[in-house]
Design a protein around this ligand. Structure first.
Ligand code: EZ4
Ligand code: CO
Length: 417
């Protein structure tokens, strides 16, 4: 970039903002994370999360081999132009690998510009809209009893909203139920094969929520994740059966490639619906939002093109009174969480934010300034998104290949996971 060009904006000079280096850092402090670090001539750097669970190295290569060479010499302040260059300019658009790579660049640039401006990132987006970000935690149990105890533990910790999952009689290793200390879906080098039974599941879930309301009363917000396991008519039945227990949301009730499938669920139920943690573009959600078939959009910063694209998605959703409910499982790194919390602090149509605790090792590799207090997460006031990386420590945790499980019906048919 021409260092003698007129200075634009107030976040340093064009010369200060020139990108001089960009590196992909892969580390496994309990699970794999991919991080992009972009450095400017001023010495100020930015970080972006590039983690795509089970497909980490595809994004690492997309970035290192195809994106980083384009960044060197660019003005880090040209966030929008860089986004358009990587999306429109690349010819090949969308898809989780591409959009995760673009997100990593985008978040790192927002981080740099906020640091140069001396502002917390939420301020650049338009400033604070709320005092804290409502989060939900994950309670799970091998049976209803254990799941209810877990919900109780979250309430004791101060949570105001809890997602609940429980074992399904006859189903070995159901989605969302912990095997070790904490629930972590990607557990082996090759996918674990699980067996799925829809009738047993449809039987147990309403019983779970009946019990949770009886044990914990009407005030706690309850959520549930179907993880794409039902057909549209089965999803409609579950949503209807759960109405008496007033869920905050029912998530991913059926796969959303066919967006019109949700019309069927809507016809039968007023249970609020959340969709989209696997979405990577506004186009994945267009009909769902326009036709008001969902209540919460879960597409998040790391998998949907960064702040620049998710801001557009959130504004579009706001026109239809659809609120945000960003994905925030442990496979999204603290870097994504930091950026998401700044976004959540600003976005007018905020709904809720998913929050699972990272391991101590992960928290040590990614020092951050966000804190949990009384059921809400609070982003810090440090310039940027407030999350750093300890590269020396990251190097002590080398990449370990891990994939998500797969699900089959009892007769061997491959099913949705
Ligand atoms: O299975 O993040 O709502 N949360 C979820 C997660 C996802 C994992 C997949 O990478 O559905 O547990
Ligand atoms: Co989910």
């Amino acid at each position: 970039m021409n260092a003698s060009a007129p200075d634009e904006g107030c976040a340093g000079s064009v010369r200060d903002r020139e990108i001089v280096a960009a590196r992909v850092i892969v580390t496994c402090p309990g699970r794999n994370f991919v991080t992009l670090k972009i450095e400017t001539r001023s010495g100020v750097y930015g970080l972006g999360d590039a983690t795509l669970n089970g497909r980490e190295l595809a994004v690492a290569s997309y970035l290192a081999d195809h994106v980083v060479p384009n960044l060197i010499g660019r003005d880090a302040g040209r966030i929008e132009d860089t986004w358009q260059f990587l999306y429109r300019g690349a010819y090949w658009r969308r898809g989780p690998v591409t959009m995760t790579a673009i997100a990593a660049v985008d978040v790192a640039l927002w981080d740099i510009v906020a640091k140069l401006a001396g502002m917390p990132l939420y301020q650049l987006l338009g400033g604070r809209s709320r005092e804290g970000v409502l989060v939900y935690g994950h309670a799970n149990g091998r049976d209803i009893e254990e799941a209810s105890e877990q919900v109780g533990r979250y309430i004791e910790k101060g949570f105001r909203a809890v997602r609940a999952q429980c074992g399904v009689p006859g189903v070995h290793k159901p989605y969302g139920v912990a095997r070790g200390k904490a629930y972590e879906p990607a557990e082996s080098e090759l996918p674990v094969e699980t067996v799925w039974s829809t009738p047993a599941y449809l039987n147990v879930v309403p019983q779970l929520f009946e019990r949770l309301r009886a044990d914990h009363g009407p005030d706690i917000e309850l959520l549930h994740d179907v993880h794409h396991r039902l057909t549209p008519i089965e999803a409609a039945r579950l949503a209807r059966d759960l109405e008496p227990y007033r869920l905050f949301w029912l998530e991913d009730a059926t796969p959303a490639e066919n967006q019109r499938a949700f019309e069927l669920i809507r016809r039968h139920s007023v249970t609020p619906l959340a969709v989209g943690e696997v979405f990577n573009s506004i186009w994945d959600a267009k009909h769902l939002i326009e036709a008001q078939l969902i209540d919460f959009i879960r597409a998040t910063i790391v998998h949907a093109g960064g702040i620049t694209h998710v801001r557009r998605l959130a504004d579009f959703a706001a026109l239809h009174q659809v609120r945000t409910g960003f994905h925030g499982a442990t496979d999204l790194s603290p870097v994504c969480m930091g950026a998401a919390l700044h976004f959540d602090t600003w976005v007018p149509n905020f709904g809720i934010q998913e929050y699972m605790f990272h391991t101590e090792e992960t928290d040590a590799v990614f020092p951050h300034d966000y804190v949990f207090r009384e059921g809400r997460l609070h982003c810090g006031e440090r310039p940027g998104h407030g999350v750093d990386i300890d590269e020396a420590l990251a190097r002590k945790f080398p990449y370990r290949p891990k994939q998500l499980p797969v699900a089959r019906l009892a007769d061997g048919t491959m099913w949705d996971w």
